[in-house]
Design a binder for this molecule. Structure first.
Ligand code: SAM
Length: 282
């Protein structure tokens, strides 16, 4: 592949399994003048695995702003550069935003070399709706801020996706139970593409119990996915509808509505309307 001058390539790298890298990514990493890396030692391991000898330059959250000017100069002089993070796609909960936005305003070419990201990898095998989703990055570390952040998305109808670390997975899921309710469906994907890859799927309450009773389930890296509020409501409606169809056969409408409203979140009026429509369909 031809490497273009004066171009920053944003290159995705594996999230665990070193085999998950594209041929284009390898060609670009081997062909550029330098690679901007979040952690040069970590990227050196990837390069050594593929026998790539390109120069590495450190580029992380703490030096991103001061490095931008230098990088703009290198690109203006005709150099080609690649940006990588420790794992997955740069800028996705990783450094690079300040640099890429600056290059766009300066009309300097930025070209993505697509590959793995933990969000899409996790969603693709989650069994939750993926037609629309809402990525929230990392939840705040402090409990009050974390619960506030969860409260803000409690009615979000799209599948929610969070990144989480081993230190906080149990506390975060416990907070999810208290904010979304233990019944809300969720999936957590752990150690994707690695030896101990695991998906825990079920109600938030059941996932919390699995985490608390098996400390191995708290090790590694996590993507937390929570069913959107609409889906929950839909599942709920289905349950109430089934109850209505069953009860309407055997009980007077008022009593049936009372039972449904006791057993679900529907109020008496909503339950009564459901009974009437079930009666109509009976
Ligand atoms: N840029 C990366 C991407 O495109 O996915 C994400 C970087 S972010 C600093 C790291 C977080 O991504 C981890 O804490 C975890 O939540 C998630 N992650 C990365 N690799 C993972 C894996 N193999 N399995 C599960 N989650 C992973």
């Amino acid at each position: 592949m031809d490497i273009e001058q004066s171009t920053l390539y944003v290159v995705s790298t594996p999230i665990g399994n070193l085999g998950d890298i594209t041929q284009r990514a390898l060609d670009v990493l081997a062909g550029v003048d330098a690679i901007l890396a979040e952690d040069t030692r970590r990227t050196a391991q990837l390069l050594s695995h593929y026998n790539i000898k390109s120069k590495l330059v450190s580029f992380h959250d703490h030096n991103e702003r001061e490095r931008v000017e230098q990088i703009v100069q290198w690109l203006s002089e005709g150099q080609s550069l690649a940006l990588v993070s420790d794992a997955g796609t740069p800028l996705i909960s990783d450094p690079g935003y300040v640099l890429v936005s600056e290059l766009r305003t300066k009309n300097i070419k930025v070209s993505p070399i697509p590959g793995v990201s933990a969000i899409v990898t996790a969603l693709s095998a989650s069994g939750l709706p993926t037609d629309r989703f809402c990525f929230e990055g990392f939840l705040p570390a402090k409990p009050t801020q974390r619960r506030n952040a969860l409260e803000r998305v409690v009615k979000e109808p799209r599948t929610l996706v969070f990144y989480e670390s081993s230190h906080r997975i149990e506390d975060s899921i416990a907070d999810c139970v208290s904010v979304f309710g233990g019944e809300r469906k969720a999936v957590i994907a752990r150690e994707l593409t690695k030896r101990f890859e695991t998906f825990l799927s079920g109600s938030l309450e059941s996932i919390l119990i699995k985490l608390q009773t098996d400390s191995n389930q708290q090790k590694g890296e996590f993507v937390v996915m929570i069913a959107g509020a609409e889906l929950q409501q839909h599942a709920f409606d289905e349950k109430a509808e089934m109850l209505a169809k069953e009860l309407v056969e055997h009980l007077p409408p008022k009593l049936a509505a009372q039972i449904i409203s006791n057993l679900t979140e529907l109020n008496k009026k909503q339950a009564y309307e459901l009974i009437l429509s079930a009666k109509g369909n009976a």
